[in-house]
Ligand binder design. Structure first.
Ligand SMILES: Nc1ncnc2c1ncn2[C@@H]1O[C@H](COP(=O)(O)OP(=O)(O)OP(=O)(O)O)[C@@H](O)[C@H]1O
Ligand SMILES: Nc1ncnc2c1ncn2[C@@H]1O[C@H](COP(=O)(O)OP(=O)(O)OP(=O)(O)O)[C@@H](O)[C@H]1O
Ligand SMILES: [Mg+2]
Ligand SMILES: [Mg+2]
Lengths: 256, 256
């Protein structure tokens, strides 16, 4: 089954971090061992678990530049079986610093190698860009999960993202596949949301998760408590959406 | 009055493009001459005016690398008095390409110089990052307008943004100021939105626009028609929000 999954979309605010945190937590609650890597200088996935970059001295930046082995920065979260490799603020300069280094696109892939087999799933939360951090993630991954907000600008950007995935696949990571597209922040009262859903399902067919994540304020409240929705409000529609998505992922990936 | 305004926030999906397009259109409807520069490789501000990057051969990328003068890429939009310098897809590579060039942070500033006085306002729509494109925008600008979604992750990122603005101010653009913070996608039914508003107004006081832009689906539908809300649905709460913001900007900036 696909083990290392890059959660990518250069469009901002489409639910990449919310998906990394809550899909990770949902899979852990089903007995899987999961690692979330925060590759975004905003460090939102880290604070989504109550880990604040001011309080950590070493994170994924030190790992990528080869200073620290990844095992040294991996920490437990509040969810059993769910681990985090946090981001520190020096990650902001990483894209510029990496430009003139050797094997700049392969750094994350080799850094993850020693721990890859210790987890059932490794999720990499990407920043909203197609720069060197996202390329590192796509090169390290077995598959890409694309969160997609049901809005016009988000749909428009899909072509450029697919193009970048294909570029990475042909030049850096031949095994890279699209795991799927998950529709996020879905508000059934808006006709635009239905139009986008119809268009995406028609165009990408079985690559679109059946589970649709609804717009649900509990998902946006949870990070202010440093908790995934599973620990903040397990009965909420948002949390239930990610639990259903985890179920779908497990059923699909065991499917022949 | 502040003429060149960078619309920046590294947090994704907070309403940067929607603000550039609709504040620009609102000011033009009040008789101002406005230029919107699309500095985001996603080219959303361009398509928000019905200009698609497949159809243009030269845009802001050619201007930044010094190949084409900005006058040559500026085009009319459907709103009288509102002009656009569009983005093309080669802008995606600009951040990496600029890293080793001379005066890499000053390129946009010198490119805008010949046309700066021809407009009452120049808005620069930034990508969701603090990389070289955003730094170019902050270096070219007289002031920064910060759209802020009333959510936890968006609030968390404000410190890093203010820090970057101060860095640019001290090393590249001493005249740079914060024009203000505008609260976007405000949903009065959510207590989280009110909490964020209270915190921001307490912390940043008069720097926060009195006008709050409500969450309004008409704002997200308009770009799928290639139109600003002014031409799509002028009576909508979203459009009225940006018209009120334009009024506030004009009144404030003429204030002594
Ligand atoms: N299903 C949902 N319902 C309601 N709010 C949501 C949902 N998913 C995400 N959010 C909120 O929407 C905002 C954007 O989500 P998130 O930060 O996860 O997106 P992102 O793609 O990671 O953003 P960025 O591009 O900045 O990294 C956040 O404030 C988050 O709390
Ligand atoms: N006030 C609003 N009400 C409803 N929808 C909105 C509002 N403002 C923006 N949107 C929608 O929310 C999404 C994010 O807005 P927008 O693209 O303008 O943000 P952005 O900060 O420019 O994003 P990026 O970081 O990707 O550049 C878009 O689909 C837009 O149509
Ligand atoms: Mg994120
Ligand atoms: Mg934008």
């Amino acid at each position: 089954i696909k083990r290392v999954i890059s959660i990518s979309n250069q469009k901002g605010g489409v639910g990449k971090t919310t998906t990394a945190v809550n899909l990770g937590a949902s899979l852990a609650s089903k007995g899987k061992r999961v690692l979330v890597i925060d590759l975004d200088p905003q460090a939102n996935a880290s604070s989504g678990f109550g880990v604040y970059r001011e309080n950590i001295s070493e994170g994924i930046y030190q790992v990528i530049i080869g200073q620290t082995p990844i095992q040294q920065v991996i920490q437990q979260t509040g969810v059993p079986g769910l681990f985090l490799a946090p981001a520190t603020s020096d990650l902001t300069g990483a894209e510029i610093e990496l430009v003139n280094t050797m094997a700049r696109e392969l750094r994350l892939r080799s850094a993850i190698e020693p721990v890859r087999d210790q987890f059932d799933f490794v999720f990499i939360d990407c920043p909203p860009s197609l720069g060197l951090l996202t390329v590192n993630s796509l090169t390290a991954a077995d598959a890409v999960l694309i969160p997609l907000q049901c809005e016009y600008y988000a749909l428009e950007g899909l072509g450029q993202l697919i193009h970048t995935i294909e570029l990475v696949k042909s030049s850096l990571n031949p095994g890279l596949e699209v795991l799927g597209i998950v529709l996020t922040m879905f508000d059934g009262r808006n006709s635009l949301a239905h139009q986008v859903e119809d268009e995406v399902r028609e165009h990408f067919c079985h690559k679109v998760f059946k589970t649709v994540i609804p717009r649900n304020v509990r998902l946006s409240e949870a990070p202010s408590h440093g908790l995934p929705a599973l620990l903040y409000d397990v009965a909420s529609r948002g949390c239930q959406g990610y639990l259903a998505m985890a179920e779908e992922l497990l059923t699909e990936s065991t499917a022949p």
